[in-house]
Design a protein around this ligand. Sequence first.
Ligand SMILES: [Zn+2]
Length: 254
Amino acid sequence: MEFDLQPIKAATVEAKDSSAEEILDEQIKTLVNIAGRVTLNGPTETVKVKGKTLKKQEALFTDNTGPVRLVLWEQDTTKMQSGQCYSMTNVAVKDYNGTNYLTLTKHTKVNAAELQVDRQDVAVDNGKQMQVAFPPEGINYVQQYLSCNKCHAKVMDRPKKIIKCSECGLTQLKSKCSSKIIASILIKTDKDTMSLNIFDNIIEELYTLYKEQDGDIDKLFTELTDDDVTEILLTVNATVIFNDKKNASTVIKL
Ligand SMILES: [Zn+2]
C-alpha cells in the first residue's frame, strides 16, 4: 500500500474511460472509468500490510471485453454486491507481479448500473481446489495458541494474567483471549507429498465426525490436547476440500 503524502485534488484528476481489456495493458497509476459486473471472490479477509491490519476483499470486474482482478480495501469492501453491475469513476490501475489489477481510490464514485454483460465470469478458483480423503499420511504439527481479541494475531502465552499483543499493542486478560488450533497435515499426491493447513472450525467438524464414527476420545472440543487432535486427524474418515491457499475450507461426510 502506498500513501500519498500530497493528496490529488479532485479537480485535477483526469480519468479515462476504459475497458477491462485495455486495463491489462494500461500504465500503472492511471485512473480509469469503467462499467461492468463485480463478483466478490470468497469472504472478506483480514491482512497485515506494513504493520496495519486491513480488511481486504478479492473481486473480479468483468465487462464484455474480459475480466480484471479488483481488490477492495477497508470501507470499500462493503460498497458492492456480488453479481451486480456498476459504473465506477476514478478507479486506480495497479500492478502485482506484472499483472494489472484495479483498486478504488478516495476519488472513486460507485453507482449501481443497468448493464448487459454477456461474458461469464472466469472461475478464478476452479481447478485449484483439492479434495483430500482423510485420514492423511501424517501430521507435521498441531499447535494451539492464544489469539489477540483485537487483531486476531497469535499472542505469546506467558505465565502471566495480563498479556500484551506484539502486533497491535492491545493489553488484555489472558483468560479472555480465545484459544485457536492449527494443524499441518501431509498428504501424498501423484508425484510428491504436500503440506496442508487445517484450522479450528474444520478440526471441530472433523471431531464431530470422529465421535460419530465411535472414536475413543470423548471430551469437550476445548479440552482436546495436541495429541488428541493428532489422533483424531489420523483416524477420522472424511473428505476435506482445500482451497488454493492450501487451507481446509469444507468437510464432506462420507
Ligand atoms: Zn493484537
